[in-house]
Design a protein around this ligand. Structure first.
Ligand SMILES: O=C(O)C(=O)C[C@@H](O)[C@H](O)[C@H](O)COP(=O)(O)O
Length: 372
């Protein structure tokens, strides 16, 4: 039987395990079964993921006498909005999913966030299990209970904190990912080193290529370390009153860029995170918080792995610096109308501050746009 590793999220009253390893979908009945009061689950997934992973999941569960109903949504960030959310919740109601039932989110960040939010509001809350199938979802979005959808005004603006009961990160799923999606997910892996673990970043500089090329040990270590760091932060600050905002490193820029590119495949979320992290380090250097060598080291690592690193890597038109800053004003970290940024005193030393002059951000954006 393939082995797996476990990271525990020790939230009082809502503790759960993240299982990481190959073959977890084939063994889903063993791990999901104990959560069921009736032998049935409702699965939300998307067209791409269903092609590879729905039948193996169905076979594993049905083989153990657990009935599976599934709704397959369109793939892509555009699914994470009111239309598909409403369709998913109405379907769960039509399936007569009860309070004690379990919803399974089989997919990447879009499906996990949408299914988690549907579970959070359905009958005022049903349990759900995350089965993340992308690198991004395995290291980040499936853990910590941030669920939600995008609104016309911006990314993730409607949602709820709702923790999963279990996360099954089947690393075998990564073998079916397109190279672009793997690289995008790596943006979130890199974020963990940058925000709080310089040794991990150093390890990624040496082994990041192995993570991307499919080395099983390297992948397992990268996913486990990311989940451990996220679990620690989430346990300290579940609802982002303080420290949890560190997990938003790179996201203030990223969310504005995703809005500017209309959540299209011009920019994947993880690509925006990688670019946003590089920009956060640039901003930190401009403010004299760290030396210029730190952003240069971040960009060198992104370039080594062929990841997007700056605005020049985004195809098509972008709005001007003022308009990008305006998009950043919808950030959920804004307090009393004041933007807050996750900046760094060095690699692995991130902190949150509102002490950032508007002109410095504008100058950074203007210069970054001029490089296009
Ligand atoms: O879990 C968190 O906290 C994060 O900030 C992780 C992010 O990587 C993730 O993209 C999250 O969904 C962003 O949430 P948001 O509330 O800042 O939109």
């Amino acid at each position: 039987m393939p082995s797996h590793e476990t990271v525990h999220v020790s939230l009082p009253g809502r503790a759960y395990d993240i299982l990481i390893g190959p073959g977890l979908i084939e063994r889903a009945a063993e791990t999901i079964g104990p959560f069921l009061t009736q032998p049935r689950v409702a699965v939300l997934t998307d067209e791409h993921v269903a092609r590879h992973h729905l039948e193996p999941l169905r076979a594993a569960l049905e083989g153990a006498g657990i009935a599976v109903s599934a709704l397959v949504l369109p793939a892509g960030e555009a699914t994470k909005g009111w239309t598909e959310f409403s369709r998913a919740t109405e379907w769960l109601l039509a399936e007569k999913i009860e309070r004690n039932d379990v919803v399974v989110a089989l997919g990447g960040g879009v499906i996990g966030d949408l299914a988690g939010f549907a579970a959070a509001v359905l009958r005022r809350g049903v349990r759900f299990v995350q089965v993340p199938t992308t690198l991004l979802a395995q290291v980040d979005s499936s853990v910590g209970g941030k669920t939600g959808i995008n609104a016309a005004a911006g990314k993730n603006l409607v949602g709820a904190f709702h923790q999963p009961s279990l996360v099954l990160a089947d690393t075998g799923c990564l073998d079916t990912l397109a190279e672009r999606d793997l690289k995008a997910g790596y943006g979130e892996v890199l974020k963990y080193g940058l925000l709080g673990d310089a040794d991990f970043f150093g390890w990624l500089e040496g082994r990041g290529a192995a993570v991307l090329s499919g080395d099983a040990d390297a992948r397992l270590r990268a996913i486990r370390r990311s989940c451990e760091m996220k679990a620690e932060i989430v346990v300290r600050d579940e609802t982002e009153q303080g420290d949890r905002a560190l997990l938003n490193l790179g996201h203030t820029f990223c969310h504005a860029l995703e809005a500017a590119t209309e959540y299209s495949d011009r920019l994947l979320h993880g690509e925006g995170v990688a670019i946003g992290c590089a920009m956060a380090f640039d901003l930190s250097a401009r403010l004299g918080l760290c030396s210029q060598e730190e952003p240069s080291r971040v960009r060198a690592h992104l370039a080594d792995l062929g990841l997007k690193a700056g605005l020049a890597d985004i195809e098509g038109a972008l709005p001007d610096a003022e308009a990008l800053l305006e998009l950043m004003a919808q950030d959920k970290k804004v307090i009393d109308g004041q933007l807050r940024f996750v900046l760094a005193r060095g690699i692995g030393e991130a902190f949150v501050t509102s002490d950032v002059p508007r002109e410095t951000v504008l100058a950074l954006l203007t210069d970054a746009l001029a490089e296009r």
